[in-house]
Design a protein around this ligand. Structure first.
Ligand code: ATP
Ligand code: MG
Length: 203
């Protein structure tokens, strides 16, 4: 569980939502870069419950994705993991994620929602866009294979930043495991071990 904000001054909190099936070094580098760039006190990783965009595809159990996220972030004192999406029934919408995180941190927090270029491009189609921008500042990160461009969002509500390019995706990791190919160094060691132990992505 996340720590409650300590009070004085505004706590700067990054929110990194994702399916994290599995979490990989692209996610971690993006979070770390945004944390550095915006001087964030903390980044909260929020694994989705059932992602509404991925309804038709097979997604691993929320508990496995949650635990992998905990394992991958455990060594960083500024990274934490929230269960808000995993514990909320029904498909996950970013507006609910931000409302719940805002409730937990209260008015003492400034939220920064972190997304890759692919997710940012879809932003305008999200539900309740106006409220989204009231709840958080949005940060779009470069991602290999996706052009990072301002999709015409409200001025001052979105920042675009370049992060070191890591052409890693969860889909590719799953495919590699299914094909018996290694994922060492694409994901943290503990994630390779967890996937093996739980027999995930074996097809
Ligand atoms: P999948 O291939 O299953 O879609 P993914 O690798 O895209 O998985 P998600 O859990 O969908 O991972 O991504 C969560 C967030 O992290 C999204 O905002 C996505 O754009 C961002 N992200 C994922 N991989 C990278 C990467 N290599 N570099 C920068 N951002 C990334
Ligand atoms: Mg994705």
């Amino acid at each position: 569980m996340m720590n409650a904000p300590s009070g004085e001054g505004k706590r700067r909190v990054g929110v990194m939502g994702g399916t994290f099936d599995p979490i990989h070094h692209g996610h971690l580098v993006a979070a770390s870069e945004v944390a550095h760039h915006f001087d964030l006190d903390e980044v909260v990783f929020v694994p989705t419950g059932r992602p509404y965009q991925k309804d038709d595809k097979q997604v691993s159990a929320a508990e496995d994705r949650y635990l992998m996220t905990v394992i991958a972030t455990a060594s960083n004192p500024r990274f934490s993991v929230s269960r808000v999406d995993v514990d909320r029934p029904g498909p996950t919408f970013t507006i609910d994620t931000l409302r719940d995180v805002a409730d937990i941190y209260g008015s003492q927090a400034e939220l920064y929602f972190i997304t890759g270029a692919d997710a940012l491009a879809a932003i305008l189609s999200w539900r309740d866009v106006d409220e989204l921008f009231e709840l958080a500042h949005f940060v779009g990160c470069t991602r290999p294979g996706h052009t990072l461009r301002d999709p015409g969002l409200p001025h001052g509500k979105v920042s675009l930043i370049e992060v070191p390019a890591l052409a890693i995706s969860s889909s590719q990791c799953r495919e590699r495991v299914e094909n018996g190919e290694p994922i060492w160094y694409l994901v943290p060691d503990g994630i390779v071990q967890y996937i093996g132990k739980r027999g995930l992505y074996q097809g």
